[in-house]
Design a protein around this ligand. Sequence first.
Ligand SMILES: *[C@@H]1O[C@H](CO)[C@@H](O)[C@H](O)[C@H]1NC(C)=O
Ligand SMILES: *[C@@H]1O[C@H](CO)[C@@H](O)[C@H](O)[C@H]1NC(C)=O
Ligand SMILES: *[C@@H]1O[C@H](CO)[C@@H](O)[C@H](O)[C@H]1NC(C)=O
Ligand SMILES: *[C@@H]1O[C@H](CO)[C@@H](O)[C@H](O)[C@H]1NC(C)=O
Ligand SMILES: *[C@@H]1O[C@H](CO)[C@@H](O)[C@H](O)[C@H]1NC(C)=O
Length: 356
Amino acid sequence: MSPNALTFALIALLSFPGAFTAPTQNGTSSQNIILRDLARPRYFGAAMNTTFLFHDQAYTKLIQTQFSAFTPENEMKWEEIEPEPNQFVFGPADEIVKEAQTLYAKVRGHNFEWNNQLAPWVNTSLTAVELDRALQNHITTILNHYRGKLYAVDVVNELISDNTPNETFKQGIWDTKFGEDAIPKALTYARAADPHNTVKLYINEYGTEGIDSKSDALYNVVKGFLADGVPLDGIGFQCHFGLGQVPPTLQQNLRRFTDLGLDVAVTELDINIGTGNPQNATAFALQAQDYWTVVNACVNVERCVGVSVWGVSDDHSWLPNGAVLPWDKNKQPKPAFYAIADAFQGKPKPGLPTDN
Ligand SMILES: *[C@@H]1O[C@H](CO)[C@@H](O)[C@H](O)[C@H]1NC(C)=O
Ligand SMILES: *[C@@H]1O[C@H](CO)[C@@H](O)[C@H](O)[C@H]1NC(C)=O
Ligand SMILES: *[C@@H]1O[C@H](CO)[C@@H](O)[C@H](O)[C@H]1NC(C)=O
Ligand SMILES: *[C@@H]1O[C@H](CO)[C@@H](O)[C@H](O)[C@H]1NC(C)=O
Ligand SMILES: *[C@@H]1O[C@H](CO)[C@@H](O)[C@H](O)[C@H]1NC(C)=O
């Protein structure tokens, strides 16, 4: 190799490392695939976690290249952001919002009204009036702090019962104190704090992805809210699935909600192979097919605005031992990563390996 050729090769290697590393099954380089670009006009998002941002280099690299939306994994939950009455701790959530802005990415706030990860002072010893004031102050203060910086917020999280149709709303502090006013109250406070509708107000729910009793309950509740003029812009479908558990009615279900005039989003996608099940090539290919099915459903529904995964790589999932995400524990792309790229591009569902 002549010195010039050597120099050229070195420059090429430094400039385009992807051209020389990490070949995929079909010979292209994963570094050339940028999901945030392929997702357009939708966003491709992730739950971001400040424990790892800037502390885990490979994680941070993926955050900074692959995503166009972020949801704080925990940093805006009540116990984190208002641990004591009217004492707000914005630091960690600010870090996420700032990083998202640097990346020209959207922020999905998460969340205001939920039964879990509440601060200890938010408990049933509060009277309904006290709780009402606390909720309004919580929502108003956070929306004021992040004015102009949030794309959407999960105002309500997981308040539909798992025992539909016998029970509509999940038992807990909100239902106990406010009954059927719980959800409209939170949405109304959020809109009042953002009168120019700069933030899309969402109800985020799990177990409502397919058409069944629970999603019917959500559908009927939401339809009633819209008829009553309760402010609401979108429904988040979490999409935490076990392998092979994506409901065949997912797309049809997303569509019936958009037919009500709402946006929909896939907000917390991951596909759990399951502890005890072998993590072999077939399992990863099946996982890729499930990822494809979910992203494809969103792509086929005009008002499905984006897909977010709940984490980035398998070493930092909320699910212990979970090989659930598009990148493995070494931050290498899995078949799921390529399947997401295919689905955003309208390419067909990937096949299975002929043997393991
Ligand atoms: C329940 O809330 C009240 C009022 O905020 C507070 O004084 C009390 O300490 C809380 N209880 C627990 C167990 O944290
Ligand atoms: C609903 O109530 C009926 C009648 O009490 C009962 O048979 C059924 O099992 C209940 N369904 C659920 C999902 O709890
Ligand atoms: C590989 O994983 C799949 C999916 O869990 C399973 O059905 C199959 O039996 C596994 N094969 C081997 C050889 O373990
Ligand atoms: C980040 O994720 C890990 C693993 O799920 C969790 O233990 C930790 O609390 C998270 N960090 C924050 C700031 O939420
Ligand atoms: C290889 O796979 C990637 C991701 O699915 C795709 O974008 C690319 O077009 C494929 N290349 C060839 C040559 O098939």
